[in-house]
Design a binder for this molecule. Structure first.
Ligand code: FRU
Length: 577
C-alpha cells in the first residue's frame, strides 16, 4: 500500500522537478557567536531542505520575516554529516527575504568553529521534497509517516466513507519533537494516503494527543457536520484546546478562545471526546496525573468536571495517558458494559508502554469499575502496542482501535532513519467473559481480508499466517526464521492457557538493551485459530476469536522465509499487499 503511495509521490516529485530549478545552496551565513548564527535567504522555492544529523542535539530555529517570527522549531541540524533532510515549507509570497535565527545547544561550544558545520553546505531550497522510500523496514500495509517521527494515533474519525487518522508527527526529524498532528486518510481502513500536517504548534504550545468528533447537530456552532478536534496544548503547562474543520478534516481553524480547559496538574492531557446518547451530551475523558477526569458539555467549549476514576485501581507504575471510554456489547449475553482504556508508560507487563483497561458501568457522570481494585487487565500482551484509541463515528456501531506499534523504552532508537514508527493494524473491540470477569476482545478488522493475495508455501516480508489448531492435547510451536539463524518462536500452550512470543534471537536487537524479550499472554480458554500478521518489522498475533492479542517489533537482517509449525495444526500463508 505505502509502496503505491510512494510510487505516486515519486511521480509528483519527478513532474514537479522537470519545470523547477534543481536544489541549490541558497543563502548567506552570518556567524554571531560560538553557538548562534543567522542564515539569510531570498525565498524563491517552496521548501528549505534542512540537513539532519541524528546523533546531534536539537538546535532552535526561528524563521523571521519582516522582523516577525513566523515559525519556530527544533531540529538536529547537521554538524559533522547529513543523515537525511527534512522539508521546511516556506510561505507562498515569493521573493521575500527570510532570516533564520539558529541557536545550537550550549554545549556545542566545544565542537569547534560554527562556520565549519556541515549544515551550511547542505542547506538547499527546492520546489519538491523526495519521499521515495529508502527504508528496509518500512511497512507494506501498515500506516507509516512518509517522513519524520510518529507516535500516538490522534483524532481518528470516520465520515462520508473516509477513515481519518491523525498522528503525533515531527515533520523536522525522525525523533520525538515539534509535536504536530499529521493527517492520513483511507477509504478502506488499510491503504493510507498522507494529506499533510493538519494542526501545527502555536503560541499556546505544541500539539499533543487528542481526539475528534463529527458534530452532526452543530452543537458547537461551527457548522452542521463540522469536525471538532480537541488536543492538548503543551506549553509551559498542559491545557486543552479545540479546533474545527468544515472541509472534512483537511484544514482546521483553531477556536479563538483557546484553551477551553485548564487545571493546575502537571500531567493533564490527551482529551478523548464522544457523544453520549444516554445523557444527550458530550463526555470528555482525559489523563489527570494518576487518574482519569471525566467531564460533560453541551457545546464542546464549556466543560463541567463530573468525576475522576482510578485512585487505587489497576497499575500505577507509570504515567496514565491517552484514555478512551465506550459502551460495548458483552458477547453472548445481550448486555452492554463500558470499557475504559488507560494507556500507561512505563508499567507495562514486559516493561515500558502498554494499554491497560477497566470494565464497568458509566452513567455519563461517573465510571464504576466492576473488578476489584487490584485487578489489572491488558489489551495486548506484546511490547509494542501503545496509545490505543478508537475512531469516532465508525459505521455499524463498530469500535475500531488503532495503536502505535512501539514502546517509549526504545522508540527513538529503532533502526530506521527516514521515518520512525508504524501503527498497528485496525482491530475491532468487543467484550467477553471468562471465570466471572469481563475482558476486552480484540479482532483484526474485517477490512484486512482485502489485503490477502495468493497463498504461498513460505512466509514473506508481508504475509498472514492462519494456523488452525487441530488438537489441544499438546503445545503448538511456530518458528519463523531466516538464513542468518535469526528466529521468532511463538508457543501456544493449551494446558497452561498461554501464548508466548520470543524475540531474543529475532535479528537486530542491539539498539536497546530493553528490546530482547519473551512476552506471554493468557489465552482465556482454547485457541482454535491463530492469525499472525507479519509486515517487515512487526508481528501481530491474534486468537481469531479475539481472546488474545500480542504485538511485537522485530528487525531481522533478512526477511523470515522459513516457517515450522510443531503440533497438530494446519497452516495457510497468504501474501498481503
Ligand atoms: C503518549 C504521549 C501522550 C502525549 C504525546 C506527546 O505517548 O506521551 O501522553 O500527548 O505522547 O507526543
Amino acid at each position: 500500500m505505502m509502496r503505491t503511495i510512494h510510487k505516486i509521490m515519486m511521480t509528483v516529485v519527478c513532474v514537479a522537478s522537470s519545470f523547477t530549478v534543481q536544489a541549490q545552496t541558497p543563502g548567506a551565513l552570518h556567524v554571531l557567536s560560538d553557538n548562534h548564527a543567522f542564515y539569510r535567504l531570498q525565498q524563491k522555492h517552496k521548501f528549505l531542505l534542512l540537513p539532519i544529523e541524528e546523533k546531534e542535539e536539537n538546535a532552535h530555529l526561528r524563521i523571521i520575516k519582516n522582523n516577525q517570527v513566523v515559525k519556530e522549531l527544533n531540529c538536529r541540524l547537521a554538524i559533522n554529516k547529513t543523515d537525511y533532510s527534512v522539508p521546511l515549507k516556506l510561505d507562498e509570497n515569493q521573493d521575500s527575504e527570510i532570516l533564520i535565527d539558529i541557536t545550537f545547544s550550549n554545549n556545542r561550544r566545544s565542537t569547534g568553529s560554527i562556520k565549519d558545520f556541515v549544515a551550511w553546505k547542505e542547506l538547499k531550497t527546492s520546489d519538491s521534497f523526495d519521499t521515495t522510500n529508502r527504508e528496509k523496514y518500512r511497512s507494506i500495509y501498515h500506516h507509516t509517516p512518509l517522513w519524520g517521527w510518529m507516535n500516538d494515533p490522534n483524532g481518528m474519525f470516520y465520515k462520508d466513507g473516509v477513515w481519518h487518522l491523525y498522528f503525533q508527527h515531527n515533520p523536522y526529524g525522525s525523533q520525538w519533537e515539534n509535536m504536530t498532528w499529521g493527517h492520513s486518510t483511507s477509504k478502506d481502513l488499510v491503504h493510507w494516503t498522507f494529506e499533510g500536517d493538519a494542526i501545527r504548534p502555536d503560541a499556546l504550545g505544541t500539539i499533543f494527543s487528542g481526539s475528534a468528533v463529527v458534530d452532526k447537530n452543530n452543537t458547537a456552532g461551527f457548522g452542521n457536520g463540522a469536525v471538532v478536534a480537541m488536543y492538548t496544548s503543551a506549553g509551559a503547562s498542559q491545557m486543552q484546546s479545540i479546533a474545527y474543520s468544515t472541509d472534512n478534516g483537511k484544514t482546521f481553524t483553531k477556536h479563538a478562545n483557546n484553551p477551553v480547559l485548564t487545571a493546575d496538574i502537571p500531567d493533564f492531557r490527551d482529551p478523548h471526546i464522544f457523544w453520549n446518547e444516554d445523557i444527550k451530551a458530550w463526555n470528555l475523558i482525559l489523563a489527570a496525573g494518576q487518574e482519569m477526569n471525566i467531564y460533560s458539555s453541551k457545546d464542546l467549549k464549556h466543560w463541567t468536571l463530573e468525576s475522576s476514576f482510578g485512585h487505587g485501581y489497576g497499575n500505577h507504575d507509570g504515567v496514565w495517558e491517552c484514555p478512551d471510554l465506550m459502551k460495548l456489547p458483552v458477547n453472548g449475553t445481550g448486555k452492554e458494559k463500558w470499557l475504559l482504556i488507560c494507556n500507561i508508560n512505563p508499567g507495562g507487563p514486559f516493561g515500558g508502554s502498554a494499554t491497560q483497561y477497566f470494565v464497568g458501568s458509566f452513567d455519563g457522570h461517573k465510571f464504576t469499575c466492576e473488578s476489584k481494585p487490584e485487578t489489572t487487565k491488558w489489551m495486548d500482551y506484546g511490547k509494542d502496542h501503545y496509545a490505543t484509541v478508537t475512531f469516532d463515528n465508525a459505521p455499524d456501531n463498530r469500535h475500531v482501535a488503532i495503536a502505535w506499534m512501539s514502546n517509549w523504552q526504545y522508540a527513538n532508537q529503532v533502526p530506521t532513519m527516514q521515518f520512525r514508527s508504524a501503527n498497528s493494524v485496525p482491530r475491532d473491540l468487543g467484550l467477553f467473559t471468562d471465570g466471572g470477569e469481563t475482558y476486552v476482545s480484540v479482532v483484526p478488522s474485517k477490512e484486512l481480508l482485502a489485503l490477502r493475495g495468493a497463498k504461498t508455501g513460505k512466509p514473506t516480508e508481508a504475509c498472514e499466517l492462519v494456523i488452525n489448531i487441530k488438537s489441544q492435547s499438546k503445545p503448538t510451536v511456530i518458528t519463523l526464521s531466516n538464513d542468518k539463524n535469526e528466529q521468532v518462536v511463538m508457543t501456544y500452550n493449551p494446558k497452561e492457557r498461554t501464548f508466548s512470543m520470543d524475540r531474543n534471537q529475532s535479528g537486530n536487537t542491539a539498539f536497546s538493551d530493553m528490546f530482547k524479550a519473551t512476552t506471554v499472554a493468557p489465552t482465556h480458554g482454547t485457541i482454535n485459530q491463530l492469525r499472525v500478521f507479519i509486515d517487515k518489522c512487526s508481528i501481530e498475533a491474534f486468537d481469531a476469536a479475539g481472546k488474545m492479542a500480542m504485538t511485537n517489533l522485530v528487525f531481522p537482517t533478512n526477511p523470515y522465509d522459513k516457517l515450522t509449525v510443531k503440533g497438530t495444526a494446519r497452516t495457510v500463508i497468504y501474501t498481503l499487499k
